[in-house]
Design a protein around this ligand. Structure first.
Ligand SMILES: Cc1ncc(COP(=O)(O)O)c(C=O)c1O
Length: 365
């Protein structure tokens, strides 16, 4: 192919690394022929989808020839009830990734920059560079976001700050006070994105109360997802909460039918499935303690996590360990992309899944 067309790529795209999704069970079965594969690679819910959301699937068949509700009326109402904010504060997206992308598209261009922590969720860099902007990376403190120093990195052209709270892949979190004092320091012309994809799993008392910050800061965008605690990663639905003026801006640039009918209907039920949410949190807390303890006893260095995953380091190369575990029927994640070449990230699964992972790991150490 002639390189002429590539010379016309928008700035930033040329040296962009695509997001590497976790390997799927189908791929690994096809490659290695295992009869049983455990996937602990993408921080999904090992209990599966909300049973109440699954139960409504059959009711939806009659609507499949109609476009989705482009306004997301029912789902936004349920989210507004759940978050205790007016509906005008809500936007829904094709996963919370879409909301992150809308933020970048609305505020970033080749003359601007964004700020994020080193080892922060990879999508911030992807959406920044896709918009032609540059990203300023702030060094971490004990693997966590050093929010105290974020404001020192602000440039005149900084338009967006991304905070993953908790962060993936490190599992670290920032307290309410830390987020609040950063917001106080940031000019109101800079958008602060507070990504709370793993919000429900966090049990720390000092964890951020995002909605409390909304009334004080008009430049705040909170993002949450149905992919994690609600177990609905496959149907792609997430949401953003912000001042109505910002929501209106994001609505201008989103696709008209960005969230499909299935996703809207299932998410509207899942958000009220308190039993499933509760069971998922319980399982995660219990299995986190078990897995953290077992990994530590194997001499592995685990980064303490408040999410549904643990990232740990051993005397191995992450990518090699990832491949060797896959050969044994366990899919985890190498975190090379995050400049953490000696680490592996494992999602906290059911007890049986965690045991299968631990047994495979022990054979390889
Ligand atoms: C920190 C963080 N934010 C956002 C997302 C995006 O989730 P989704 O697009 O499925 O809502 C993820 C997914 O892994 C994540 O880890």
């Amino acid at each position: 192919m002639s390189s002429d067309i590539l010379n016309n790529l928008n700035p930033g795209i040329e040296d962009l690394h695509p997001y590497e999704p976790g390997r799927s069970i189908e791929e690994v079965v096809a490659e290695y022929g295992h009869s049983e594969v455990v996937k602990l690679a993408s921080n999904e819910n090992p209990l599966g989808a909300s049973p109440k959301a699954l139960a409504i699937l059959s009711e939806l068949k009659s609507d499949m020839h109609l476009y989705p509700d482009g306004n997301g009326t029912k789902l936004k109402k349920e989210i507004a009830n759940h978050e205790n904010v007016p509906v005008d504060n809500i936007i829904i997206g094709n996963g919370s990734n879409e909301i992150l992308e809308l933020a970048a598209r609305a505020f970033l261009n080749p003359d601007t920059s964004s700020i994020a922590s080193k080892h922060a969720f990879a999508v911030y860099k992807i959406v920044t560079q896709s918009a032609g902007a540059s990203m300023i990376e702030v060094p971490t403190c004990n693997w966590g976001h050093d929010l105290n120093s974020f404001a020192d990195h602000l440039e005149n052209n900084t338009r967006v700050i991304f905070i993953a709270n908790p962060n993936n892949p490190t599992g670290t979190y920032n307290s309410h006070d830390e987020v609040h004092s950063l917001l106080k320091k940031v000019p109101s012309s800079v958008l602060v994105v507070l990504d709370c994809a793993y919000f429900e799993y966090v049990t720390k008392e000092d964890y951020v109360k995002p909605i409390d910050l909304l009334s004080e800061f008009d430049n705040l965008l909170i993002t949450k997802t149905f992919s994690k605690i609600h177990g609905l990663a496959s149907i792609r639905v997430g949401y953003g909460i912000a001042h109505p003026t910002l929501i209106e801006v994001f609505n201008r640039i989103r696709q008209p039918f960005n969230v499909n009918t299935l996703a809207q209907a299932m998410a509207a039920v899942a958000i009220n499935d308190h039993e499933h949410i509760h069971q998922s949190i319980e399982l995660n807390s219990q299995q986190y303690d078990f897995l953290f303890d077992q990994l530590s006893k194997l001499g592995l260095e685990c980064i303490p996590s408040v999410g549904n995953f643990i990232t740990f380091k051993g005397n191995f190369i992450g990518k090699e360990m990832f491949n060797n575990l896959m050969k044994k029927g366990v899919i985890v994640r190498s975190v090379d992309l995050y400049d953490m070449k000696d680490f592996i990230r494992v999602t906290i699964g059911t007890e049986a899944e965690n045991l299968k992972f631990l047994n495979a790991l022990k054979e390889l150490l």
